[in-house]
Design a protein around this ligand. Structure first.
Ligand SMILES: Nc1ncnc2c1ncn2[C@@H]1O[C@H](COP(=O)(O)OP(=O)(O)OP(=O)(O)O)[C@@H](O)[C@H]1O
Length: 231
């Protein structure tokens, strides 16, 4: 089932002489439960595309239909709420808050939800257990390895039960083995039903995804399925 659709998306940064077109007419349909890699050289528009998919940024022109509704139709406030419940974000350098414990970092997305504190505490602990870092609950990020930091970031991305995980170079700051372990987590989450989109320039990572989208100069130049998706 379709979860999101981009139609003829263009993204222009800057003004006047300094204009730069980062996306030049991108069309893309993502179905629920896909595991997608977006690859391409530096500057080809991968992060721009991921940020538009995650509604962190807006297209200059074109249509974005998220779960059947045009994103243009949402107010800023509605969009923020929808973003928080739909997307989990993971980035290359983890983006953890240094002075916060692991627990506090993972709890951040819940701070915006109104609900039972006890229930949230259970939810954070469940996520930490799932990611194999329950014993690090009181540690600060500088006491953790890179792989452990990325697990904390993934736990944070999942704590709201996001349907779609968006990861921008999630293995980029990790050694090969730790990067593979992080990819294995994404694969497992995908098997459990999450839709996962990973930006990477590592072909070995991309080749383990079900679908590989190659970007070049702001356009999708290749979109291939590596594994038949059972409908
Ligand atoms: N905020 C911005 N203002 C102006 N230009 C930008 C901005 N963000 C990105 N760009 C430009 O848009 C183009 C696409 O950038 P983008 O970050 O999407 O590429 P990328 O494929 O993700 O690259 P990388 O692999 O290096 O992260 C680049 O030429 C970049 O310089």
């Amino acid at each position: 089932m379709e979860i999101l659709r981009l139609e003829n998306i263009h993204k222009v940064y800057g003004k006047g002489n300094l204009q730069m077109e980062a996306l030049k007419g991108v069309n893309l349909v993502v179905n629920e439960g896909e595991l997608i890699a977006i690859i391409g050289v530096s500057g080809s528009g991968k992060s721009t595309l991921l940020n538009i998919i995650g509604t962190l940024d807006k297209a200059s022109t074109g249509k974005y239909i998220l779960e059947g509704k045009e994103t243009e139709k949402y107010s800023e406030k509605e969009m923020a709420k929808l973003r928080n419940k739909t997307f989990g974000f993971v980035v290359q350098h983890f983006a953890l808050i240094k002075g916060f414990s692991v627990y506090d970092n993972v709890e951040i997305p819940l701070a915006y939800s109104k609900g039972n504190k006890k229930k949230y505490e259970e939810r954070v602990k469940t996520m930490l257990t799932k990611l194999g870092i329950r014993d690090k609950i009181d540690s600060k990020p500088n006491q953790l390895s890179g792989g452990q930091c990325q697990r904390v970031a993934i736990a944070r991305a999942l704590v709201n039960d996001a349907k779609i995980l968006l990861a921008d170079e999630p293995t980029g700051a990790l050694d090969k083995q730790t990067g593979q372990e992080v990819l294995d987590i994404f694969k497992k989450l995908n098997e459990e039903g999450k839709t996962v989109i990973i930006v990477t320039h590592d072909e070995k990572i991309a080749n383990q995804c079900n679908r590989v989208i190659r970007m070049e100069d702001g356009k999708i130049v290749e979109d291939k399925s590596l594994i038949e998706v059972v409908q």
